[in-house]
Write a new protein. Structure first.
Length: 59
């Protein structure tokens, strides 16, 4: 599994806020980055709620 964040990301942090394990998975700097994917449940909430559609989840 991979979570890819493209250049449309504006670091708004919505992905981290809506994710059930947000603090363990998401790091927000200039661009959001998914780390510690062992905590990810593949719920895809981050991808569906991203306002810029910058997140793609590959299973």
């Amino acid at each position: 599994m991979k979570i890819i964040v493209n250049d449309k990301c504006n670091s708004c942090g919505v992905c981290r806020l809506v994710c059930p394990k947000g603090g363990k998975i998401w790091k927000i700097n200039k661009k959001a980055k998914a780390t510690n994917l062992e905590y990810c449940h593949l719920c895809m909430i981050c991808a569906t709620r991203c306002p810029t559609q910058a997140i793609k989840i590959i299973r």
